[in-house]
Design a protein around this ligand. Sequence first.
Ligand code: HEM
Length: 78
Amino acid sequence: MRAEIQPRILDIIPVSIRVRCKKHAEELHIDPGSFHLLTDCFIMELAHLEKCKFTPHTHATWAKFFKVVVDAISKQYH
Ligand code: HEM
């Protein structure tokens, strides 16, 4: 079965991350460049766990998902 992201999930992420976004920017002072490094690590770990099942399509699907997460958590920095 090909992995797909439900469009509704992509709509919910920015809303659910908004509070954490402020915290990472204003309280924790996290370098926004670290967010995509962290999500790249998640993708590498997923590839390691899934082995041959981690196809280019799976990779692209996770990359799309994490792009929305990183955009959402980085919002307070723009
Ligand atoms: C995709 C990126 C990230 C997401 C979605 C994320 C999400 C979260 C969430 C949900 C929490 C809990 C917040 C709360 O208690 O209300 C948290 C806490 C925290 N995050 Fe992140 N995070 C991300 C990246 C990072 C990075 C890159 C760092 C540091 C380099 C970081 C440092 C921290 C720290 C130190 C806390 C603990 C705050 C506390 O103890 O109150 N996060 N993060």
